[in-house]
Design a protein around this ligand. Structure first.
Ligand code: G3P
Ligand code: MG
Length: 251
């Protein structure tokens, strides 16, 4: 075995079911599960006090009722924020999720996770990996975990912690660079995660020929994505898992 025995899902709910619930929250993961998704994509980064949390942006402004940057926030202060009302009254009181709480929910639901190490401007990729990865390796089975990042230092650091038999790593790209193959080889990648709107068919073919799973983000219209499946794409990462589930169930 060269990689964990992952049953690669055709559908991964982006930030949870982020079209139906506040992104990256426990509620969004529950909603994805209810919609029939078996995997979610989530973003992890560190608060100022080092607590790993599930959050996408540099700041809390867009997805909570607070202001300021994550790097200046303590866990205690983060828990005073309402991370649900911005999305809808129904979600009032939803909190920023710790990595620990999110893993507990994923294990309860037996869901897989594509955890993205989100290294925003000025943040330290090594500190993030060193703090968050051991917790994931201790609590999530290899078959239900794929780590991805745009940040190559974060991915290299991950590989230092765990062999490719133990940990699936995915390289995130916007446009696929000429160096994609060398980058994959350097971290013994499991998968390539590409912006679906920028991916070219020959690139898709080359990635698969080399044995990497190809995952496409963030596609939200199954009919616009329709002809891409013929390119041999393994997974779609989508804000609209229910729509893609309907599509996949009927094709
Ligand atoms: O992992 C796919 C996608 O989440 C990457 O971009 O900005 O949505 O985290 P972003
Ligand atoms: Mg992400």
């Amino acid at each position: 075995m060269t990689h964990p025995a992952i049953q690669v899902p055709a559908l991964i709910a982006h930030r949870g079911y982020s079209a139906a619930a506040p992104e990256n929250t426990l509620a969004a993961v529950r909603a994805a599960h209810q919609a029939g998704a078996t995997w979610v994509e989530l973003d992890v980064q560190l608060l100022g006090d080092g607590t790993p949390v599930i959050w996408h942006d540099t700041s809390v402004a867009r997805c909570s009722n607070g202001r300021g940057n994550l790097r200046h926030l303590s866990w205690e202060a983060a828990q005073t924020l309402d991370a649900g009302s911005w999305f809808g009254d129904h979600f009032a009181g939803e909190k920023m999720a710790s990595l620990e709480a999110m893993i507990a929910l994923l294990n309860e639901l037996k869901m897989g996770v594509n955890m993205e190490f989100k290294v925003n401007r000025g943040r330290d990729p090594i500190a993030l990996v060193d703090r968050a990865l051991p917790e994931m390796l201790d609590t999530l089975p290899p078959e239900r975990l794929i780590i991805s990042s745009f940040n190559s230092s974060a991915l290299s650091r991950c590989r230092q912690f765990a062999s490719r038999e133990r940990l699936a790593l995915g390289l995130l790209f916007g446009g696929i660079p000429k160096t994609w193959r060398a980058q994959c080889e350097a971290i013994e990648a499991f998968s390539v995660h590409a912006d679906w709107s920028r991916l070219k068919r020959p690139q898709a073919a080359a990635i698969q020929r080399d044995g990497y799973h190809l995952m496409c983000y963030t596609a939200n219209d199954p009919s616009a994505f329709h002809h891409r499946w013929a390119w041999g794409i393994s997974s779609v990462i989508t804000d609209e898992p229910a729509a893609f589930k309907r599509y996949l169930d009927s094709h």
